[in-house]
Design a protein around this ligand. Structure first.
Ligand code: ZN
Length: 147
């Protein structure tokens, strides 16, 4: 039953993947959000059944993006400003610590969506909507799909 819905999905182009990534939507169908709540990504897309969280190691991509943004985009500039006496060092340290604690949580969803956007922009043929009907589908867990 779901198989016919999946086959009915239109081909997904890179611009669709980028648009859906910026909106934190499923890169395959674009009809559902990626997250159950602030910190829980759907294992499978509730609409199309595509696996969004693909198991051990797949979280490293969002983690690296999150770490890079927080450390290079927030903490390091603040510490440079503090050491250079452009702002008081204690203030810079306090802001850097607060940012290091809370920014990763705030950026979590964006980083996951950005990771999926990068991944599927580089490998658009891995999206189910872009696969031929007779392909060997390793990304979809047929028995776990919701009808
Ligand atoms: Zn979907």
């Amino acid at each position: 039953m779901i198989k016919s819905n999946l086959n009915a999905l239109p081909k997904v182009h890179r611009r669709d993947i980028l648009r859906r990534g910026l909106k934190c939507q499923c890169p395959n169908c674009g009809r559902s959000k990626l997250f159950k709540n602030l910190l829980r990504i759907h294992h499978l897309c509730p609409n199309c059944g595509m696996t969004l969280e693909r198991g051990d190691g797949y979280y490293i991509g969002p983690l690296c993006i999150n770490y890079g943004i927080v450390s290079l985009g927030f903490v390091a500039p603040l510490l440079i400003c503090g050491v250079s006496s452009w702002i008081p060092l204690k203030l810079a340290l306090a802001l850097a610590i607060a940012g290091a604690l809370f920014l990763p949580i705030l950026l979590y969803q964006f980083c996951w969506s950005f990771w999926l956007m990068i991944y599927y922009s580089c490998l658009p043929d891995e999206l189910h909507a872009n696969r031929p009907e007779d392909s060997d589908d390793l990304m979809f867990e047929e028995e776990q799909r919701k009808v």
